[in-house]
Design a protein around this ligand. Structure first.
Ligand code: NIG
Ligand code: FE
Length: 423
């Protein structure tokens, strides 16, 4: 091998590949049996892509240390793919810590929303904030996620609810994408709530006739990259017909459909998403049996958000029913002022304890399946040759410690690597 490599991670006690033989996502059976190499190594090339992964002896014969720019000795440690967080709202201003006390005292999410709090409070503050202030806050939050092992994260707009602020938020996400090592999938969520003083019909018309056309211009000019379109499909927010029109218009612009559905009331969002070929639907606490079958058939991923059900004391999403029906189950932190959690290890822990997922299922849901939900399963989410060299090195004897230990992950998360660079 004459060509030099960027990074060799050698002699790891366990290397968790996640995927076997090019499977692009995992359903129940695949999730039960993750592929793990005992005593393995990984090589990442100078292009940032995985060059080789396999038993330590084979790799050391093919890739001498002297041919690698950097070497991590992972003896007694574990190597995992970088975590993928499939659902966050990380761009906002204004503190909502006071709402936590209201919720602890018994107020529901919609009670807080109707009292002028919730999304509306954040919208007011985000509209008033300078882009630089939003970028500073976003940068701090993304760095926190990175330190907890997230290497690919979905980031939504949705606290503007009008053209100017929605574009400001998407530009802030774009600036973060250009300046930070973390991989970002960006989502336009202009239909996150009906702005104060407007009707659902007016808000829908604004999204369809003002916001989306401008977005299309910015995307064609190359100033903005937007990957997905989202709507909060909920009783009293956007109903099924408005949701349908907005998602379809986004899809016609080339955006992936990835929306909030069946969260507080059964809305038949799952059936709608399946019909429109949605890549993913989030929440689904109130999904019906028919919705589950529709999602399994359409290969629409379910992004489950254990923090939301936990904080709002909602019924748990039906993870087991979805897994049994063959739905592709992914996880997200839902980081937002309501669910202030930057940590996918904690999300996986909650998914295991509260939603009865196994640790293997939770890890697959927070890696390859979350990548699938973002349309990135061909490049992210597992340790396979030619995928991005995004990985975690854990200072512990078995990979399950990442989920078993509740909090304090900085102690065991020794290295976070993105495209072969230690970050
Ligand atoms: O996913 N359900 C709607 N949106 C967010 C909450 C946003 C907020 O409360 O600011 C969610 O939980
Ligand atoms: Fe959300």
């Amino acid at each position: 091998m004459s060509e030099n490599q960027r990074l060799l991670v050698k002699n790891a006690k366990q290397v968790v590949l996640i995927c076997r033989n090019g499977e692009k996502f995992l359903n129940k059976d695949g999730m039960k049996s993750l592929s793990v190499i005992e005593n393995g190594s990984v090589v990442i090339g100078r292009d940032g892509l995985i060059k080789a992964v396999g038993p330590a002896e084979t790799i050391s014969a093919q890739y001498p240390e002297s041919s690698c720019d950097h070497v991590i000795d992972a003896t007694d440690m574990c190597v995992l793919p970088g975590l993928v967080d499939a659902h966050t709202h990380p761009v906002w201003a204004g503190d909502r810590v006071h709402e936590f006390a209201m919720k602890l005292a018994g107020a529901s999410y919609m009670d807080v929303h109707r009292a002028g709090g919730g999304i509306h409070f954040t919208v007011e503050h985000t509209r008033a904030a300078a882009a630089s202030e939003l970028l500073d806050a976003l940068t701090r939050r993304l760095q926190r996620m990175l330190r907890a092992g997230t290497t690919l994260v979905e980031c939504k707009s949705g606290y503007g609810l009008e053209l100017q602020t929605e574009v400001k938020m998407l530009e802030v996400i774009e600036a973060a994408r250009r300046s930070l090592p973390i991989n970002i999938s960006s989502t336009y969520c202009g239909a996150h709530a009906v702005p104060k003083g407007r009707t659902e019909a007016e808000a829908t018309a604004d999204v369809l006739q003002v916001q989306l056309p401008r977005l299309k211009e910015l995307m064609s000019a190359g100033t903005l990259q937007v990957d997905n379109i989202d709507v909060f499909c909920e009783r009293g927010v956007f109903g099924l017909s408005s949701t349908h029109r907005i998602l379809q218009a986004g899809r016609d612009m080339g955006l992936n459909i990835n929306f909030h559905g069946d969260e507080l009331h059964p809305m038949n969002s799952a059936q709608l998403g399946a019909e429109l070929g949605a890549l993913a639907i989030s929440h689904l606490e109130e999904v019906t049996d028919e919705g589950i079958v529709a999602m399994a058939t359409a290969k629409t991923a379910a992004i489950l958000l254990p923090t939301t059900a936990y904080i709002l004391r909602l019924p748990q999403p039906r993870a087991r029913d979805m897994l049994d029906a063959g739905v592709i189950v992914a996880l997200g932190s839902d980081f937002n002022p309501n669910a202030f959690c930057c940590s996918m290890p904690i999300v996986m822990h909650l998914a295991c304890v509260n939603m009865r997922m196994s640790m293997s299922e939770a890890l697959a849901a927070a890696t390859i399946n979350a990548a699938y939900a973002l349309g990135r399963a061909h490049t992210h989410g597992s340790l396979e040759v030619s995928k991005h060299g995004d990985l975690l090195v854990l200072n512990c004897s078995r990979w399950e410690h990442l989920i078993y230990q509740l909090g304090g992950h900085q102690e065991i998360l020794r290295y976070v690597v993105i495209k072969g660079n230690i970050v």
